[in-house]
Design a binder for this molecule. Sequence first.
Ligand SMILES: Nc1ncnc2c1ncn2[C@@H]1O[C@H](COP(=O)(O)OP(=O)(O)OP(=O)(O)O)[C@@H](O)[C@H]1O
Length: 259
Amino acid sequence: MSEILTFKDIWVEYGEKIVLERVSLSISEGSFVSIVGPSGAGKSTFLRLALGQEAPTRGQVLLDGKALLPQCDPDRGVVFQRYSVYPHLTALQNVLLGLEFAKSPFLGRLYGKARRDAIQTATDMLTAVGLQHNLNIYPSALSGGMQQRLAIAQALVKHPRVLLLDEPFGALDPEIRLEMHDLILRLWAQHGLTILMVTHDLQEAFKLATRVIKVDKRRHDPHAPHRYGSGIISDVTPDKTKPVPLDVTTLLLPSSDEV
Ligand SMILES: Nc1ncnc2c1ncn2[C@@H]1O[C@H](COP(=O)(O)OP(=O)(O)OP(=O)(O)O)[C@@H](O)[C@H]1O
């Protein structure tokens, strides 16, 4: 499998605070990578780097071997835990808007056949996530799970190659979470996506991902906690032939060459 995203010796610093240090990682096209780690370890920062929303202080992020442009582009789509969708637009308008801006960046509006085609594409995408009966509903009238389905449709309609998920199921009930797991695995396979997902839920990470990466500090200075940043302390390939063990924390213990 070819590499799609590469992080080369990344450092992220905010003033004196070092958030990430010496992070190097290659992500193969088609993989499902989950990033786990304690709160504040820099997981979302990782996603912002992959999205191009933020540039590293040092090091490089490459997409297909080329430096990432400091902006979002159609190659990457993103879904956050909440507030990914526009509350004043219906489900259909939310998904359509992305297509209109992709095809008509200045006006953000399509006309005639181009608009009819875009409406069909948006409807198909909403059908793929199970929202075909809610096209004209506003997000406030959708359940949390349905809002996340809408956010996924909005991200996928532009056919990104990389889908970035920041705790996408974190606010959902356990039963809805399981439905969303099935949905995301189906879309991952159908669309040939590469997925990078941040989650606090280790069971979720091991169930969904083909690779689980833990970020945490490799070294601590008790007098100056901001002095050292997080790095990759373990990089695990879950065994998909076996059920996820109840206690997966032991699988994420740092290997001696990673500390
Ligand atoms: N723009 C910024 N300026 C200063 N510090 C920042 C900025 N953005 C993030 N940080 C700090 O970087 C650290 C990592 O933040 P990040 O949101 O990436 O962590 P996280 O692992 O995703 O945390 P959580 O699991 O709680 O969401 C935090 O200490 C945060 O306060």
